[in-house]
Structures are given as C-alpha cells and as structure tokens.
Design a protein around this ligand. Structure first.
Ligand SMILES: [Zn+2]
Length: 113
C-alpha cells in the first residue's frame, strides 16, 4: 500500500454519487451524505456501515445496535458520472457566463445538474 497521506482537497460534493476505488469497500457505490473536509474524509450512504451499540436514548429507548456510516477517505472515492454512469476523473471548465463546472473526463459531459 503506497497511498500517500496528503491533505488533498476533496473532489466530490455532497449529493454526488461515488464509487469506492480502494480498500475493502471497493466497487461499492453510494451518495455522499457529508464532507468532513478537515479530515479529508467523506460519509457515503450505505458504504462502510458500522454497527454501534448504543445506550438507551430518547430516540431509542431500548438502546441496542444502530447502524451508521463511518467516514472514509475522500481519496478512496471516485465520482460516478451521471451521464455515462462510470467512475471518472473530473476536469473543470467554465460556462459562457463564467460559472465553473465539472466535466467527466470519460464522456466529456458536464456533471453539474
Ligand atoms: Zn461521463
């Protein structure tokens, strides 16, 4: 494993669909629920779900086991292009009005809705 730990900017956004490209969860896809940019991590729906034993709370009066997504490194995720459906590298471009957009390097389509 020669993964350099560096503080890279996270290249995905909340609401993006991503595919895991490394580690045990490899190949899984899910929607980004939140970005923990300070830690370089993201939380992805259905990915890296861990079971936690919880004490009784008001929400969960009996306590018990709750399943929750644990953060994963953003560098292990690759954006899935909504146009071509493949995990793709992302480039950047600008619309005529100056809006910055992301572009799928596989199909060349813009990723923003
Ligand atoms: Zn594409």
């Amino acid at each position: 494993m020669a993964v350099a730990v560096e503080r890279e900017q996270i290249h995905v956004k909340k609401g993006d669909t991503i595919e895991i490209i490394a580690g045990r969860q490899r190949g899984k896809r899910g929607k980004v629920l939140s970005i923990l940019s300070k830690h370089g991590k993201i939380i992805v729906e259905g990915v890296n779900v861990v079971k936690r034993h919880s004490k009784p709370t008001q929400k969960l009066p009996q306590g018990g086991i709750i399943e929750k997504e644990a953060p994963i490194y953003g560098s292990r995720a690759m954006l899935v292009c909504p146009k071509c459906g493949r995990a793709a590298r992302v480039g950047h471009g600008y619309l005529p009005d100056g809006t910055k957009i992301r572009i799928c390097k596989r199909c060349g389509e813009q990723i923003e809705k």
